[in-house]
Structures are given as C-alpha cells and as structure tokens.
Design a protein around this ligand. Structure first.
Ligand code: HEC
Length: 163
C-alpha cells in the first residue's frame, strides 16, 4: 500500500513539474524574436479580430489587418490621426509606437500593466486601454508572456523597423 501511494505522489509531482516547466517557458513564446515578422506570427496578427475596419464598419481606429497596415497605422501615429475613433483612452499626443522609445509607446501601455502605470503617470494620469485589453484577455502577462513583452520592447527600442 505504502509503495503504491508513493508511486502516485511521484507521478503527481512529475506531472506538476512537466506542467510548470511548460508554462514557465511560455509555450510558443520561446521562439519570438524582436522582429516584426516574428511578433506578427506569434501574436500581433490576432489583434485584427477587433482592429480591422473591414470586419467592423463602425471602426475608425488603426487597421491592423496586415503587417504593413499595422506598422503604418501605429508607428508615429497618435489619437489625433484617428479623430473619429470612439475610445476611452485619453492619452492624447502619446504615439501608439514611438520609435526607439517603448516607454513612450501607447501600444506597450495598452497591453502591459507596468507600462500602463508608467505612461499614465508620465502624462497627467491619463487613461490607457490596458484595463479594456485585460478584461478581454488580450493583455500580456508579465510572467507568462515575458519573452513576448521583451521582444516587443526591443523591436520598438531598435526603431520599430519593417523587419
Ligand atoms: C477584443 C477586441 C480587441 C483585441 C483583440 C485587441 N484590441 Fe486593442 N483595443 C480594443 C478596443 C475596444 C480599444 C479601445 C479601448 C478604449 O476605449 O480604451 C483598443 C485600443 C487599442 C489601442 C489604443 C491604445 C490607447 O490607449 O489609446 C492600441 C494601440 C491597441 N488597442 C492595440 C492592440 C494590439 C496591439 C492588439 C493585439 C495584441 C489588440 N489591441 C487587440 C479592442 C481590442
């Protein structure tokens, strides 16, 4: 009996270890590189589920349906470029992607809590879109998505190039 119980505990511990190591590595995030191609394939292509004027005729924000439109629509653009976009975020004047400055790019604030807090504080406690993305499970988790966050940050720090 004792032997059987011990085997069961070992198996449970083994399964747990396997699960934890799988999560710790962040699954597919392992392969994400600080390049637009890689970021797109890993995650950004799914943003068009909402950010796509073809899917939603009432949508007046940036078109994220292709890599090219994603870059053109966000890099060095801000709220004033989308005056009709009905949005709760009021961090006006902060670029969606500020090349070489991830710490001043609203895309980081919209997806990552620590950037949201920082950018909001830097700009008169403006409201970012972080809580919206978090509510719909689109935000990036500091631990689980650490590789993805790091790759996005480095890509912007390197000038947000079309690479
Ligand atoms: C489920 C729908 C949905 C998905 C998927 C989604 N978003 Fe959004 N996003 C929104 C909405 C709605 C807003 C406006 C929220 C508000 O009113 O604050 C928004 C706002 C934004 C903004 C503006 C930020 C600001 O504070 O002004 C950016 C940038 C953005 N999203 C990027 C992304 C990126 C990048 C992805 C993919 C990783 C993504 N979104 C996925 C719905 C979505």
């Amino acid at each position: 009996m004792a032997g059987k119980g011990g085997w069961r505990i070992l198996t449970a511990a083994g399964l747990l270890a396997a699960l934890l190591s799988g999560c710790g590595k962040g699954g597919d995030d392992d392969t994400v590189k600080p390049k637009l191609d890689s970021l797109w394939a890993e995650r950004l292509k799914y943003c068009s589920e909402c950010h796509d004027p073809d899917r939603d005729p009432d949508y007046d924000g940036p078109d994220m349906s292709t890599q090219a439109s994603f870059l053109a629509g966000l890099k060095e653009q801000d709220h004033s470029d989308y005056g009709d976009w009905n949005i709760g975020s009021d961090c006006s004047g902060v670029p969606f992607i500020d090349p070489e400055k991830p710490g001043n790019s609203l895309i980081m604030a919209a997806l990552v809590l620590s950037y949201s807090d920082q950018i909001s504080a830097d700009h008169g406690k403006c409201d970012t879109s972080y809580s919206y993305h978090n509510d719909v499970s689109e935000s990036f988790d500091a631990e689980k998505d650490a590789d993805l966050i790091s790759a996005l940050k480095t890509w912007i720090a390197n000038g947000a190039k079309d690479n």
